[in-house]
Design a protein around this ligand. Sequence first.
Ligand SMILES: Cc1cc2nc3c(=O)[nH]c(=O)nc-3n(C[C@H](O)[C@H](O)[C@H](O)COP(=O)(O)OP(=O)(O)OC[C@H]3O[C@@H](n4cnc5c(N)ncnc54)[C@H](O)[C@@H]3O)c2cc1C
Length: 340
Amino acid sequence: MKVAIVGGGVVGLTTAVIAQNGFLRNADITVLASNYDDIVSYVAAGIFRVGASFGSYNEEKVTKKWIKDSYEFYDDIRKSDYASYAGVTDISGYIFANSSPHTVQNRWLENIVPVYRRATEEEFQLVNGNWKYGSFFSTLLTQTNLYLPWIKQKLLINGVTFEQKKLNSFKELSDKFDIIINCTGLGARKLCDDRRLVSIRGQVLKVRAPWIKTFFYGELDTYVIPGFDGMVTLGGSRNFDSENIRLCPYESAAIRERCETLVPSLKDAELLRQEVGLRPHREGSVRIGEGNIVNNGCSNKTIIVHNYGHGGYGVCMAPGTAIATVDTIMEFHKATCCKI
Ligand SMILES: Cc1cc2nc3c(=O)[nH]c(=O)nc-3n(C[C@H](O)[C@H](O)[C@H](O)COP(=O)(O)OP(=O)(O)OC[C@H]3O[C@@H](n4cnc5c(N)ncnc54)[C@H](O)[C@@H]3O)c2cc1C
């Protein structure tokens, strides 16, 4: 069986690993992407924090499973002796807010992370600002500039082929592959004519501040998230429907000022780089499932299964949605007489 995974970001590569470890272990897998480097997956801080608004078509059965499967996937890596090569670690910190107590609660995380509790009076003093509400929680962090090369290496060792190519239509692959898994993020808007897919632009600063060991959120729009090697991500911004990938110096200055106000020691942090990324937000839900069959005829058809539209949560949700994608292929296999 020949399988093409289109997309070389965190969703595509994680899907390739899950496919290879599971039902598609004997398949001949090719990962194909127009770009492997200059992609939004490298912009993310990689914290496992699923927004309370994140959902799917069935919250109880589907969203909860995606989140649980994702957390367990990364937690298994965290517990392994290769965790630091793979860029996965545990992390803890605070979220503070004035707007509403709901901002510091999180219905998804509260049931899955080891600790999620109210911040104490003393803990409110850890940052600047007269915050009304606060929570402390522990979670995981996956730093993509370590995780993606690590996972790519793993795939190469296991025989996965990589190609660089921009597709204009999935039909270009239909005579070569039995299954196409679509992990093209924002690229799916054109490939699938999906108007529910919208870009949410974000800008971040990466600074060196090895003394920061804890993450801090001030509301949801200001965040300080430490990673590996003393690098700290400062954010953020969310510009709905904007596809402007140029850096805005005013926005960088505003982010820096907000973060330094929250955590004054950041004034000494050295600026490493500034980055812009477009979050592939899909209204309603990430799209998982079978799409059009490209090349009809029972004995020789190519099926497309989608896995895109993770918005601001693609790093943390990639494993769970990848498992759901591979399950969809298995179900299709069981339900048809076809050769897949
Ligand atoms: C500022 C910022 C901070 C973030 N922080 C976090 C965070 O802390 N935690 C978290 O979980 N998420 C975070 N995110 C979100 C996360 O970055 C995205 O959800 C995730 O990277 C999406 O991954 P992807 O693989 O779907 O998309 P991409 O990384 O965009 O990959 C898509 C791939 O598809 C390929 N492709 C597209 N179209 C075509 C085509 N026509 N032909 C061939 N190939 C194609 C591209 O070349 C690319 O390889 C953040 C995002 C931003 C912008």
